[in-house]
Design a protein around this ligand. Structure first.
Ligand SMILES: Cc1ncc(C[n+]2csc(CCOP(=O)(O)OP(=O)(O)O)c2C)c(N)n1
Ligand SMILES: [Mg+2]
Length: 321
């Protein structure tokens, strides 16, 4: 497969931005300044980025409670995201959504979602719009192994199939739903579930950007060409707790250390870029430095930004049609 230098550069930058954003949030959350819950996407970066590399601004995605990575991969501005997480008026949802409800409809990012299994039905609606408007768009639902067991998800697989929708169902399988292992909680296989609804199934190593990019290309082009929905099963691992503050007592000693040292998507990307002379290390170093500055600036600006006023409470909440 051929990937342009531009896509490679932007994809590495997006993965590095997610990593830096999340590692920084891990530190900042511990200070107690960030309200609400935060679920980190660290370790899973290649999935959101490898999928969104095939999407344009008018394609739509629905995310999960672990949504920062999907937002960044879809192009949402990190300063607005950081301000949102700090609950500030300058946030992308004016500080009223927080980590679990970041959305930017202008970029086709329908929102992070606190309801497990809430994204797939939204994506059926978005995909139906793409189909009726004939805009060549695709709608993508990211959801976890835990969410794959929700009735709303299974109903969405059915609806997308019978309505022949341009939808892609991306199962981000990190092996756990909170503290419960997917080997215990998920009956059968995702592959059999896709087959049960008659849709094509693709799977990949979610810590390898190139593997995700290739598999996502097949799933998305299938949906975009009018052949109906597809499922993409991405195998990955989360590096932090289910939420910030989770002691992870259910994980085997050394499990996360091993993931970090052996399956880091950024290290793998750099290795591949060097092995086949795709991008120079100096270019990647420059990206790393620029991203670090961008995140530093976003945190400083978010902390300084004003909180919403009482009069903001009902603004932007209801829409009249
Ligand atoms: C409908 C619903 N049920 C339960 C919960 C509580 N809950 C929040 S996250 C989560 C686990 C989700 O696991 P998974 O889908 O695998 O996503 P991951 O956290 O691993 O990314 C649960 C059960 C919820 N938010 N919504
Ligand atoms: Mg999971």
């Amino acid at each position: 497969m051929q990937i342009s230098r531009d896509i490679l550069t932007r994809s590495y930058q997006a993965m590095r931005t997610i990593r830096e954003f999340e590692e920084r949030l891990h530190v900042e959350f511990a200070t107690g300044e960030i309200p609400g819950f935060v679920h980190l996407y660290c370790g899973e970066e290649a999935s959101g980025v490898g999928v969104c590399a095939h999407l344009g601004k008018t394609d739509t995605i629905a995310s999960t409670h672990r949504g920062h990575g999907h937002c960044i991969a879809k192009g949402v501005a990190v300063d607005g995201m950081m301000a949102e997480i700090y609950g500030r008026r300058t946030g992308v949802c004016r500080g009223k959504g927080g980590s679990m409800h970041i959305a930017d409809l202008s970029l086709g990012m329908l929102g992070a979602n606190g309801i497990v299994g809430g994204g797939p039905p939204l994506i059926c609606g978005a995909a139906l719009s793409h189909k009726l408007l004939k805009d060549n768009g695709v709608a993508v639902a990211f959801y976890g192994d835990g969410a794959s067991n929700e009735g709303s998800t299974l109903e969405s697989l059915n609806l997308a199939t019978v309505w022949h929708l341009p939808a892609v169902f991306v199962v981000e399988d990190n092996g756990y739903g909170e503290a419960t292992g997917s080997s215990y909680a998920c009956a059968g296989t995702q592959k059999d579930r896709a087959a049960g609804f008659g849709m094509p199934y693709f799977e990949c190593d979610g810590t390898d950007f190139f593997a995700v990019y290739e598999a996502a290309e097949e799933a998305i082009s299938h949906a975009r060409s009018g052949k109906g929905p597809a499922m993409l099963h991405v195998h990955l691992a989360r590096w932090y707790g289910h939420f910030e503050g989770d002691a992870m007592s259910y994980r085997v000693n050394g499990e996360v250390t091993k993931e970090r040292s052996e399956r880091d998507c950024l290290v793998k990307f750099r290795q591949r870029a060097a092995d086949v002379s795709l991008l120079e290390a100096s270019v990647l170093d420059e990206i790393d430095a620029a991203v670090k500055n961008e995140i530093d600036a976003a945190v400083v600006a978010a902390k300084k930004a004003p909180l919403p006023e009482a009069e903001d409470l009902t603004r932007d909440v209801y829409v009249s049609y």
